[in-house]
Design a protein around this ligand. Structure first.
Ligand SMILES: C[S@@+](CC[C@H](N)C(=O)[O-])C[C@H]1O[C@@H](n2cnc3c(N)ncnc32)[C@H](O)[C@@H]1O
Length: 276
């Protein structure tokens, strides 16, 4: 974790005394956009889950591979990245633009610090923006003036919810939230999720427990339950898979056997599905 960090400033709606998921994740990835409380929380989580940095890096790699698939193979040029987190190179719009320079991206997060740092990064970019909104309010997201200004919701959109759905409790109805996001979007739209499986393994329980203690969220779910998040959408091969085995651009690529994965490689799965 980086010793060098941004000044301990605060801003509207930003509480620098309590760890936030976005800032702790930033600290775990070695970023500088975090406060003392976040770094302490990151250290606590790392003590409980020594491989947490590898888990975060693996999630970022899956994000990049998923966006590459969406833009290069699925022809997507509009992305709604919900729970986008603080800027982390390469960002979704950078990955997408490398393949299609006209790709448009709207970042959404409920952490106000993401807005301030994202807007600074995107100052001169007129095809990408950041909005503060909550995944638990899908109608609010799709109806947001900036989302409507930047994306044409009559054309296919990829909804990217990476490293975030585990923060939505069952009683908040994650399937309904996702369905409400996907339902108004046209055929050809895609959903890209990474999520935390529960197959009874200790590493999965430890990661979940560390986040529940630190943030009050971070739920693991049986794989069948995670599949239900995709509703009636058509899964893109190889389906919902451990991220170390998930290569949507080349589903026939040789992949390690599940039995050969290290315990921390059992903590995250990824999947992309297409709206028929
Ligand atoms: C672990 S980070 C993932 C960041 C990025 N998507 C990635 O995978 O690298 C989770 C992000 O989801 C955001 N988040 C959590 N709950 C949210 C909600 N209900 N609505 C919007 N964003 C949320 C957090 O603020 C945080 O930035």
């Amino acid at each position: 974790m980086s010793e060098e960090t941004t000044a301990e400033w605060s801003g509207p709606g930003i509480d620098n005394s309590t760890p936030s998921v976005a800032r702790v994740y930033n600290a775990i990835l070695g970023g500088r956009d975090n406060f003392k409380a976040d770094r302490e929380a990151a250290e606590y989580v790392s003590r409980l889950v020594p491989q947490v940095e590898q888990c975060a890096q693996a999630n970022r790699c899956a994000l990049i591979r998923g966006v590459q698939y969406l833009v290069r193979r699925a022809g997507i040029d509009q992305i709604l990245d919900i729970g986008c987190g603080l800027p982390s190179e390469p960002n979704t719009h950078e990955v997408a633009r490398e393949i299609n320079p006209d790709a448009r991206v709207v970042y959404v997060d409920n952490d106000p610090m993401v807005l301030s740092h994202g807007r600074a990064l995107l100052d001169t970019d007129n095809a990408t923006t950041v909005v503060t909104a909550d995944l638990r309010d899908p109608e609010g997201i799709l109806g947001h003036a900036d989302v409507r200004a930047f994306l044409d919701l009559d054309r296919p959109v990829a909804v990217v919810i990476v490293g975030t759905i585990m923060q939505i409790n069952e009683h908040e109805h994650p399937d309904e939230i996702i369905a409400a996001l996907m339902e108004p979007l046209p055929s050809g739209s895609h959903l890209f999720l990474t999520a935390w499986p529960d197959t009874g393994e200790a590493a999965q329980r430890q990661l979940s427990q560390a986040c529940l203690e630190t943030f009050g969220n971070g739920w693991i779910r049986p794989v069948e339950r995670l599949r239900e998040h995709f509703g009636e959408l058509d899964m893109v091969p190889p389906g919902l898979e451990y991220v170390a085995r998930w290569f949507p651009e080349d589903p026939d690529a040789p992949v390690p056997a599940v039995a050969d994965l290290e315990p921390h490689q059992h903590t995250q799965m990824a999947g992309i599905a297409k709206k028929p």
